[in-house]
Design a protein around this ligand. Structure first.
Ligand SMILES: [Zn+2]
Length: 169
């Protein structure tokens, strides 16, 4: 029988060791652990000490679901089209960066830029602007001479955008 190291009450990631469990027919010692999400789980002592297992499984599940939700926006395939938010992000960068874009002269050509954070990260852009409310909404700049940057963008309908421009004449 392997030597048991008492880790009662010690915390490993999200897990707190409660009591050692010797399972019949198994050499290894397991620890009954309480996860911070509330679940109880059995973890092999060695995996616990080496930090290989740090939750009941909820941590990994959360990470996978975050990754999937980011991935969902950009996946281009037979079954799934890119999301409206992802398309808006691509179009915004195109207008500012691609000189042969039909609207470049009104955007990149006038010095309108996408801030470096959003240029590099769709996720950062999405986190700031949020989901597109309806198909009629497009990315609007609150100050029409300002960049695509935090504090200067919102989803707006064509009507709202026209009103915004008129106010500034
Ligand atoms: Zn958990």
């Amino acid at each position: 029988m392997p030597k048991m190291i008492d880790v009662t009450g010690e915390v490993f990631g999200r897990l707190t060791a409660i009591e050692p469990i010797k399972q019949r027919g198994k050499k290894e010692i397991y620890w009954r652990c309480q996860c911070s999400c509330g679940k109880l789980t059995l973890v092999m002592a060695q995996n616990l000490r080496e930090g290989k297992i740090q939750s009941c499984g909820c941590y990994k599940a959360e990470r996978v679901s975050t990754r999937l939700s980011v991935h969902r926006h950009s996946r281009i395939g037979a079954a799934q089209k890119p999301s409206p938010e992802y398309k808006a992000w691509c179009a915004m960068r195109d207008r500012c960066n691609r000189q042969n874009h039909i609207a470049y002269k009104n955007y990149g050509g006038r010095g309108i830029k996408v801030c470096s954070e959003w240029e590099a990260s769709f996720t950062a852009f999405l986190a700031h602007i949020g989901p597109k409310p309806t198909p009629a909404h497009t990315v609007d700049r609150i100050n029409v001479d300002g960049n695509y940057a935090p504090g200067n963008v919102r989803w707006a309908t064509r009507k709202e955008q026209a009103a915004n421009k008129r106010l500034r004449i």
